[in-house]
Design a protein around this ligand. Structure first.
Ligand SMILES: Cc1cc2nc3c(=O)[nH]c(=O)nc-3n(C[C@H](O)[C@H](O)[C@H](O)COP(=O)(O)O)c2cc1C
Length: 214
């Protein structure tokens, strides 16, 4: 079986949000897709270890904010590489309440759903949601998973269903600096050692001291 074929599947990049007893929270997911047209139903696969998982179970609702190519990549750092157990993610990211749920305004639009069914896999719960509200915010191109990897040079953590260990490999013939928080690989023209002390990771906004030479 050649698992590399799985890389040929296409996805978007989304913030899946909900409430944590009165506090907004959520995580990044690429695994969202429309299942039926009428009624509009959406499936999203969330790792049971993610804090967002239990919050969706408790509220029975989730929203999907569709990130665009112009969305601040730091949103992915905040929602995809930290846990709502430890941080209040929406403290640093602008949001609106739509259909009773928090949605990220720096996105191309949102979909709000009631959970109508779930399916358990070895590691993830697939939440099936019926859309009851949604709208577009801006006309920017939705961010694809390929754009996130190829243009933003972002990585996926282990809880992403599409995670592949090979993503952690780096070229041996070039000095490579990798962010220890989000695994972003610095590939600018200026040598890493010559970057100003004020340099921060474009994905998770951590300082230079968080980068390790590989
Ligand atoms: C590009 C990307 C895609 C991801 N896709 C998923 C996904 O589809 N499902 C999932 O459970 N986690 C996914 N993750 C991982 C979660 O966003 C991450 O584990 C997050 O820190 C969980 O936060 P929480 O504990 O507050 O829920 C993804 C992360 C990134 C960066």
């Amino acid at each position: 079986m050649n698992k590399k074929v799985l890389r040929n599947l296409s996805y978007g990049v989304y913030v899946i949000s909900t409430w944590d007893t009165g506090r907004p929270t959520g995580c990044i997911a690429n695994s969202a897709m429309q299942i039926t047209s009428s009624p509009a139903t959406i499936a999203v696969s969330i790792n049971r270890d993610n804090y967002t998982h239990d919050c969706i179970k408790n509220t029975g609702k989730f929203a999907i904010s569709i990130l665009s190519e112009t969305s601040d990549p730091a949103i992915i750092g905040t929602f995809g590489f930290q846990s709502g157990k430890d941080v209040n993610k929406f403290e640093s990211v602008k949001f609106d309440i739509k259909g009773y749920l928090p949605v990220v305004t720096d996105s191309t639009g949102y979909i709000v759903c009631d959970v109508i069914d779930t399916m358990e896999t070895a590691t993830h719960t697939v939440f099936l949601g019926q859309m009851y509200e949604g709208d577009t915010f801006e006309a920017a191109a939705p961010m694809t998973y390929a754009y996130y990897h190829e243009v933003i040079k972002g990585k996926s953590p282990k809880n992403a269903p599409t995670y592949i260990a090979e993503e952690e490999t780096v070229s041996a013939d070039k000095e490579t600096w990798v962010c220890s928080v989000c695994k972003y690989v610095y590939d600018g023209d200026v040598p890493f050692s010559e970057l100003p002390d004020s340099y921060v990771c474009p994905i998770c906004k951590q300082g230079k001291h968080r980068f390790n030479k590989q």
